[in-house]
Design a protein around this ligand. Sequence first.
Ligand code: NDP
Length: 248
Amino acid sequence: MANENKIAIVTGGGSGIGFAIAQTFTEHNITTIIVGRDEQKLDRAKEKLGALCVPFCFDLTNLPAIPALIENVIKQFGVIDILVNNAGINLKKYFTEVSDEEFQKIIHTNLSAVFAMSREVVKEMLKKDHGCIINISSMAAQYGLPKVIAYTASKSAIEGMTKAMAVELSPKGIRVNCIAPGFIATDMSAKALDSDAERKQKVLSRTPMGKLGEPADIGEAALFLASEAAKYITGVVLPVDGGNAIGF
Ligand code: NDP
């Protein structure tokens, strides 16, 4: 199928990695709906990305409203070919200082919303026996990172869910994969690393390529996984990390 006819949803497409994915998609003629809570952020992204970018202002933690969101997308575009579950939040705190509310908040955004979005989108994809879902995990799911307990739990669950979705949905024409970004230069990583020189040094010292990644590196990987070139790839977790996951 030509990219001109493809419709993608990128959650959290207004900034950071999601913006880079939306940029790569629109540069390749994929109509890309970006979802986020901050209308101004979405409008700024739309200004940069142009006519193929369609902002939808929506809080993904509003789970009961997700079916109506997807219905609205279908009403306007008729189909959803690609879903990138990218939106996510982080919380850096010592294990014993994390409250139940804080833990739930991370799980709600990073996991429950991914499930609810995927379920509603998959209902539409099943009508066409076709679709591609890309979940965004993290190095936190590859090895133990201190002070990010809820985030790690959510991202480990995303990887498990990717595999469970892939076995159930691939026979029906829907490929489900995951990208595990390494340390990528965005607002989120700046918040986690700039105030913690020791952690930044550790990240760089165990990244064989010796530098943080660029959001565009994740955009290119997402474009590949969403393309026909990846038509026999499903259920994988692809690290895009400058070798961080295998660094000593
Ligand atoms: P950013 O903070 O730049 O972007 C997160 C995006 O998620 C924002 O655009 C935000 O939009 C959106 N978002 C958050 N909560 C909600 C919500 N409730 N409803 C709708 N949108 C929401 O982070 P990154 O670009 O760095 O991260 C993107 C993804 O990549 C995350 O899943 C993160 O865990 C993952 N990741 C990042 C790494 C890095 O090094 N940067 C490393 C590994 C993984 P808005 O504010 O408008 O709601």
